[in-house]
Design a binder for this molecule. Structure first.
Ligand SMILES: NC(=O)NCCC[C@H](N)C(=O)O
Length: 325
């Protein structure tokens, strides 16, 4: 195993070289094979990961915690609301202190305009690496699991087309972190990316610009479209999920009006049938069934959602094994 990733933070893989991400993928697939064979791999014996959550989690908590146990270590679950953070513990203090107790600090803070800065402040103060369990701007471990899933389905992803699209959903205004990490990572592996959204649901311009640059460097294409049907036609990966109008909507009422306007942005069987012959449907979950996607699609033969969720475990174990040793 390469050792030079020890101590490295993962805020987004954009800050890692392609070779470094390749190392993570190699280790992730090796750990996945080990697990299938019942082969133990206790690379992190006696190591402890702090998992600090400012927001709800299903897959992220369960997979980081299971992963640490499988690597021979331990994960401690910390919910921000049961800490003294509201009483004054600063990001610097959290970094200093949790960094002294632990070998890694994983954080989920999706508050718009807050999360990314918070993670970086903790990372600056911490002697242990900080792993991003989703912030307002990036969700690197989701994108990693998704890339693994694409590689498992298609082999070499070069020349394949991935549609990263907005879809309608009403439960809450979701972060833009999943599509942002995806459009940054997939072109680096040679995928042609179509970013599709209504004009009001734009991503951060500097992230889109970086994604375009990543595509240019790998001689892949990068397009921004506002027509859902056109975005899906002939594509290999239909990754359609909701996100909030964080850069344009000023209040919930305005966002609700936008959702009414774009309520037809649902991935259904008719639309999926227009994608490529061996196209795959992807979603990070939780999905709003009947609003974002029909049961027929998410439960259908082209859906990769459970493989994506499984690969969270293997990808994160690779990151932890490489950064926390
Ligand atoms: N797979 C996950 O980490 N799920 C939580 C993040 C996805 C969430 N629906 C989101 O859109 O940001």
């Amino acid at each position: 195993m390469q050792t030079n990733l020890r101590g490295r933070d993962v805020i987004d893989f954009q800050e890692w070289t392609k070779d470094e991400v390749d190392t993570v993928l190699d280790v992730a697939f090796a750990l996945k094979r080990d697990r299938a064979l019942g082969q133990p791999h206790p690379y992190l014996r006696d190591k402890v990961l702090a998992m600090l959550f400012f927001f709800a989690s299903t897959r992220t908590r369960a997979s980081f915690e299971a992963g640490m146990a499988q690597l021979g270590g331990h994960a401690q679950f910390i919910e921000s609301r049961s800490t003294q953070i509201a009483h004054g513990d600063t990001a610097k203090e959290i970094g200093e202190i949790l960094g002294r107790y632990n070998d890694g600090i994983a954080i989920r803070n999706v508050d718009w305009g807050v999360g990314n800065t918070y993670l970086r402040e903790v990372a600056t103060a911490s002697r242990a690496p900080v792993l991003n369990m989703q912030c307002d701007q990036f969700h690197p471990h989701q994108a990693l699991a998704d890339l693994m899933t694409v590689i498992e389905r298609f082999g070499d992803p070069r020349g394949r087309t991935a549609t990263v699209s907005w879809a309608c959903a009403r439960s809450y205004s979701k972060p833009i972190s999943v599509p942002q990490s995806l459009i940054l990572l997939l072109p680096r592996f040679g995928m042609n990316v179509r970013l599709v959204h209504p004009p009001e649901f734009a991503l951060m311009p500097e992230v889109v610009e970086q994604a375009r640059e990543n595509a240019r460097r790998s001689r892949a294409s990068f397009e921004v479209l506002d027509d859902f049907d056109e975005g899906i036609r002939g594509t290999d990966v239909v990754y359609a999920k909701s996100w909030g109008a964080v850069l344009t909507a000023t209040d919930e009422a305005e966002e609700a009006r936008l959702l009414d306007r774009y309520a037809s942005w649902v991935t259904d069987g008719r639309r999926l049938a227009t994608a490529g012959e061996d196209a795959v449907y992807m979603h990070p979950l939780p999905a709003e069934r009947g609003v974002e996607v029909t049961d027929e699609v998410i439960d259908g033969p082209r859906s990769a959602v459970y493989d994506q969720a499984e690969n969270r475990l293997h990808g994160q174990k690779a990151v932890m094994a490489l950064t926390m040793r």
